[in-house]
Design a protein around this ligand. Structure first.
Ligand code: GDP
Length: 205
């Protein structure tokens, strides 16, 4: 994560996906879960992933890579981060939800360089129905994923411990879930290094 990261492309449908190159990890979560903040904390760059409060505005996979690589063979970035569109808006029209599901499912099924999806869960809410549906989708697509709690600074330490146990138990029987659940706070920089390490292992660096 040493180099500055840059945004390379927004992908509204599969036709716009960059050719498969570097290994990828993707981030998914309900709108407002703290996904942009976590990606920014991860790459230590404010404003890289837009912290947006306009639900449903963009339904794109946003691609980020470390800067300074040509992308040509032999000069490939070591990995890419894919910011998946948020889900779970209260007023989302069915068409938007269907679009989301199609884009995400096509991507999950078709991308051999995708090594892991990080599914973010707000510490104050735990796994909700629409999170469960996304976990179902990931299990169905057989894409390895890991659950990451966000905003742990908003609840007490004992609460975080309890939620970690509960969440670990909830995903125990899910076939594509990585068993360890991570706890993070972008605000307090908690757990960010653990997440960096987990990503490093997932992409084999
Ligand atoms: P996104 O919609 O998932 O990209 O969520 P954002 O990153 O835009 O964050 C949504 C809101 O939660 C913003 O007001 C952030 O400031 C806040 N937020 C994000 N991460 C944290 C965190 O770790 N701790 C606290 N206290 N607030 C956070």
């Amino acid at each position: 994560f040493g180099r500055p990261w840059i945004f390379i492309r927004g992908v509204p449908s599969m036709d716009f996906l960059p050719p498969e190159g570097p290994l990828e990890v993707a981030f998914a979560g309900r709108s407002n879960v703290g996904k942009s903040s976590l990606i920014n904390a991860l790459v230590a760059k404010k404003g890289l992933a837009r912290t947006s409060n306009t639900p449903g505005r963009t339904q794109e996979l946003n691609y980020f890579v470390p800067d300074g690589y040509s992308g040509q063979e032999g000069d490939m970035p070591p990995m890419a981060i894919v910011d998946m569109p948020g889900y779970g808006y209260a007023q989302a029209p069915k068409e938007l939800v269907d679009n989301w599901t199609k884009l995400v499912f096509d991507y999950l099924r078709g991308r051999s360089t995708l090594k892991r999806v990080y599914v973010l869960i707000d510490s104050r809410h735990g796994i909700k129905k629409n999170d469960d549906e996304v976990l179902d989708l990931l299990d169905k697509a057989a894409v390895s994923y890991q659950v990451v709690l966000t905003k742990t600074d908003k609840i007490k330490e004992a609460g975080v411990r309890r939620l970690l146990e509960e969440t670990t138990e909830k995903i125990r029987k899910r076939p594509a879930a990585f068993p360890e659940v991570l706890a993070t706070s972008s605000e307090k920089a908690g757990g960010i290094d653990d997440l960096r390490r987990a990503i490093g292992v997932a992409v084999g660096k």
